[in-house]
Design a protein around this ligand. Structure first.
Ligand SMILES: *Cc1c(COP(=O)(O)O)cnc(C)c1O
Length: 338
């Protein structure tokens, strides 16, 4: 088998051109309270304010925008119960491409509603019995739909890289950059953007401690697969990196930090209090790593990508209320959604 073709910096620039006027150029915010809390100069790229409330719109739009006329007519298929579903549903509507999303039967009602509201067709599966990738592949083959995976795809990675491209255009070179990492599409894209615009910048991934497959993979020098992790970071419950994302992360990441759920709740509370931002648990991984990751950030200029803000309000309030207790309540872990 020939090695898969990796995207490069030029692909990120091309993605930025495709996204211009379609994705929002989200703000880069600063906070003196946050700087004091972490002991570094922090620059927050606020993708919780992106269309559909997460950066996933970038990669999904870029992948769909690259389809030819025939592929556009037949449509695209994705599997996701979360932000990739909403991202590709909206991108499909904007580009007039029919989209099918394979979602778990027990996905949060709000996420299913948001996906359906964009005109996507939803195919439900049973999380415990069915293989969602197999279902998506079958639809792809039987109906000629183009499969757009959530992270291990060159156009998706290049699209996600535009968040870091915009951040660095605004801040100039940074000393370090912290990004949440699940399947690694966002991190891989950031490595491409920073590699050219800020070659000295140390790019770190941050993943939930309960699902630290990225860290394990870097240690092992090969992609490590784990069981479904128990974490409130529902956007980072991928069970392994992809072939493309691993190759880019192995060669370009300064490291991967693993963060306990407790630190995510603390960071979520800081975002609300210090910056008036609603940030979903997964999107707190970067800030939590800055505070607790043991990284050499003191006095440094540090970029933090805030990846999304999609969290149901009752769950958000329950999580904020748990910030003072030591552990994370088992009920909160149980309310995690896909
Ligand atoms: C998908 C997602 C991530 C992780 O992105 P990967 O490309 O899978 O590493 C982080 N935060 C949020 C909010 C997400 O939706």
């Amino acid at each position: 088998m020939s090695p898969p073709l990796l995207p490069d910096f030029e692909d990120v620039v091309a993605a930025a051109d495709r996204l211009a006027g379609h994705a929002l150029r989200t703000p880069v915010l600063r906070s003196a309270a946050m700087d004091a809390w972490v002991g570094a100069e922090l620059h927050f790229k606020c993708e919780n304010l992106q269309r559909t409330g997460a950066f996933k719109f970038r990669g999904a739009f870029n992948a769909l925008a690259r389809l030819d006329a025939g592929q556009r007519r037949r449509g695209a298929v994705a599997f996701s119960g979360g932000n990739h579903a909403q991202g590709i549903a909206l991108a499909g509507r904007m580009l007039d491409i029919p989209v099918t999303v394979v979602m778990p039967r027990d996905a949060a009602a709000s996420k299913m509603e948001a996906t359906r509201a964009c005109g996507a067709r939803i195919v439900l599966y049973d999380r415990h019995a069915d293989d969602r990738e197999a279902i998506a592949r079958r639809l792809s083959e039987s109906d000629g739909l183009t499969l757009v995976p959530p992270y291990d795809h060159a156009d998706v990675i290049a699209g996600q890289g535009t968040a870091t491209l915009e951040l660095l255009e605004e801040t100039g070179p940074l000393d370090a950059l912290l990004l949440p990492q699940g399947g690694g599409g966002l991190l891989a894209g950031a490595i491409l953007a920073a590699g050219r615009l800020a070659p000295q910048c140390q790019v770190y991934g941050s993943e939930p401690e309960a699902g630290d497959h990225g860290r394990q993979s870097l240690r092992r020098g090969a992609v490590v697969h784990i069981a479904p992790p128990e974490t409130i970071a529902d956007g980072a419950r991928a069970q392994h990196l992809g072939a493309l994302t691993f190759a880019l992360i192995r060669d370009g990441a300064a490291g991967i930090v693993a963060v306990p759920d407790r630190a995510l709740i603390e960071a979520m509370r800081m975002f609300a209090q210090a910056m008036k931002l609603v940030v979903e648990p997964t999107a707190c991984l970067g800030l939590a790593a800055a505070r607790h990751g043991g990284l050499p950030l003191r006095g440094k200029r540090v970029g933090v990508v805030v990846t999304g803000g999609n969290v149901d309000l009752p769950r958000y309030l329950a999580l904020l209320g748990a910030a003072d207790s030591d552990g994370v309540d088992a009920d909160l872990l149980a309310t995690r959604s896909s």
